[in-house]
Ligand binder design. Sequence first.
Ligand code: NAD
Length: 332
Amino acid sequence: MHVVTLIPGDGIGLEITKAVTDIFAAAQVPVQWEEQNAGQTTFDQSGELIPNALLKSLEKNKVALKGPITTPVGKGFRSINVTLRQKYDLYQNVRPSKTTSGIQTRYEGIDLVLFRENTEGLYSGLELWDERLGIADAIARVTVEGSRKICRAAFAYAAKHGRKKVTLAHKANIIKMAGTLMINACKEASLEFPEIVFEDKIIDNMCMQLVGKPEQFDVIVTTNLFGDLLSDLCAGLVGGLGVVAGANIGDNMAIFEAVHGSAPDIAGQGKANPTALLRSALMMLHHLGEHAKAEQIDKALEATLLNKEECTGDLGGKASTSQFAQSIIAKL
Ligand code: NAD
């Protein structure tokens, strides 16, 4: 039995984590959930934004499944997602985007995996506001070590999964020093993996190429903010935020979570698609070595996605979050 920390999060988090835990229970997955939460609701109840009990649970279990957590815009507390990623050095944000038979998209044959650096860059939290001069600085700190770690991880993943190419997306023509660190780190990693083709592209061109001919990409590696933007773009290519999974991975801990946020516009209405969190949970099962269970649930999910009637509204169906989960359960 694997003990896993479960963080339901905010907004649609409650509905989609319930769908996933129901499916896991029906499939008799050997996972025991240890539920903890963080964020505004937790603060209102306990006076702690990130309770100590949650940190203790993460440090003990080293694996978590997390729903989205709301972060206030422009003011208020610092993102809990970013805080956890930095605290536990979860430097890889791995986000696969793949076309699926049942989901209608403009493109076919997309199968790419994005490696987003997850602890540095414009997410470093180095912001200065000089009211007198009316100047706001946001510092994108990129380190040699951080660049090496994420670039090597992307190449190692490519080699392990039989992938052919790694593309670095950067802006080293303008952000010369930080951009060059990533180019150098990728060149260094590519020497270790000579069978993997390495190319680099300037981020603006990369965006155009991704919406024009996405099937040309395989593994993509990039800095934190570019990775955030590109992964939502890639989600749009393969069916939207409701279907793409993600994982925050460090050397000692992994927190699995969907790419999307807490979706306040549809929260509490039974409209959320649980596929993204379910796929994140399946990545977690592979991480735990439970490959057979992951494949069993994945087959039931794929079969459900083939029937639009059984899907949620974002995929053109009419089913609620729990009806969608029940359809998956019926096919296990
Ligand atoms: P969002 O991802 O929550 O929503 C964007 C759009 O996609 C909305 O229209 C929403 O309804 C839709 N959507 C998202 N997930 C869906 C799902 N599973 N099924 C169907 N539709 C779905 O982005 P946002 O509105 O910009 O952000 C809302 C909040 O989430 C913000 O506070 C933000 O900081 C937070 N956020 C958290 C995380 C995280 O916890 N890792 C990630 C991104 C955003």
